[in-house]
Design a protein around this ligand. Structure first.
Ligand code: KG4
Ligand code: ZN
Length: 345
């Protein structure tokens, strides 16, 4: 506590980023991140290596977040940590560290659902910034490496999933496309960059036909695979010569799938406050599409600052802040859960 304001330390370790952040009454004091380069050479996150790197990073990352915030651990009111969903070995590191810290300092623990973090990242206030925040109810398009959902949010801690992917997440589709084109990992940012130089109308891939507000991305991925296989048979350097157009076209199809369902959800619910969150919400074409459709349809749109699109502990701390205000602390035997996409946590 400082001047009557709550101080929350957040810890995130669900996948391949170790992060710690400090918030004071929702205002960001620090947000430190250690990304793990080790996975690049394998073209995807290797769980065993991820948990090992978290073990190496967690102490320096938390110490640095506390140092940069200019606080002492005594002033922390609660320790918020990601309990799930994510990779179990990765979650174990952050969870165990948070528990150890809580035990040694006597501070309460707050368990946080990672997906709620992505959605509530819009409520993180950055000193000196405008800090627009959505009003309830709003719709969240949650797009990450592991999840693709449309969520109705009626209050800080009241979430209802209106639709989700029945197979792959959209981030996975980006990453798998990049793998097929030999662009490295993670693929989303590279595809985003190359697509800017490409013609998005050049190629079309098979679009899913899924009822309601659900998504599917496995068909379009297979469609790209067969398309490349056939073209490479005729022209061995097809990928090299058409990389930008393939990226632009594939990206456009992915965004069309997302936008179609987002527009449908807004129409069905009558909700016009629209937010995006998750790693894929960094995509420049998706951001453009949401802004453009929003202007056409009278939506008020919220796109997270780029630093809050990717996994970070500030978003965990903001959920921790709202949970702590409601007295929602958790016991020391809280164990990580790898699946919590239904917001049961
Ligand atoms: O939310 P996130 O950091 O981690 C998970 O919780 O999954 O999301 C990571 C995903 C990866 O699939 C990555 O390729 C994708 O976000 N991504 C992007 C962009 N930046 C990151 N996808 C498309 N365009 C981007 N600019
Ligand atoms: Zn995430």
């Amino acid at each position: 506590m400082r001047d009557g304001k709550n101080i929350i330390l957040g810890i995130e370790s669900s996948c391949d980023d170790t992060s710690a952040a400090v918030l004071c009454d929702g205002f960001l004091l620090s947000n430190v991140m250690a990304s793990q380069e080790v996975h690049r050479q394998y073209g995807g996150v290797i769980p065993e290596l991820a948990s090992r790197a978290h073990q190496q990073n967690i102490v320096p990352v938390v110490s640095e977040a506390v140092r940069q915030a200019g606080i002492s651990l005594d002033e922390v009111d609660a320790i918020a940590f990601t309990r799930g969903p994510g990779l179990l070995g990765s979650l174990l590191v952050g969870t165990s560290f948070a528990k150890g810290l809580a035990l040694s300092t006597g501070k309460p623990l707050v368990e946080v659902n990672h997906l709620q973090g992505h959605i509530l990242s819009h409520f993180i206030k950055v000193p000196g910034k405008e800090n627009r925040a959505p009003q309830f109810p709003f719709l969240a398009l949650l797009v990450s490496g592991g999840h693709t959902q449309i969520v109705r949010v009626d209050d800080y801690l009241k979430f209802e999933i209106l639709g989700g992917t029945i197979d792959d997440a959209v981030g996975e589709a980006f990453d798998k496309c990049a793998k097929m084109l030999d662009l490295g990992y993670p693929g989303g940012p590279v595809i985003d960059r190359l697509a800017k130089e490409g013609d998005s109308s050049r190629f079309r891939f098979a679009k899913p036909s899924i009822p309601g507000l659900d998504f599917s991305f496995s068909g379009i991925k297979t469609s790209l695979l067969y398309f490349l296989r056939d073209r490479l048979k005729e022209t061995p350097d097809f990928i090299q010569n058409n990389k930008n157009d393939i990226c632009a076209s594939f990206q456009k199809d992915l965004i069309d799938i997302l936008m179609k369902k987002l527009i449908k959800a807004a129409r069905q619910t009558g909700i016009t406050q629209i937010v995006a969150g998750g790693g894929v919400s960094a995509n420049s074409a998706l951001r453009g599409a949401i802004t453009e459709e929003g202007a056409k349809r009278g939506w008020t749109t919220f796109l997270p600052e780029l630093k809050f699109t990717t996994d970070n502990a500030a978003m965990i701390a903001i959920v921790g802040h709202y949970k702590f205000l409601q007295g929602l602390t958790c016991p020391l035997d809280a164990a990580p859960i790898s699946r919590a996409a239904d917001y049961s946590l």
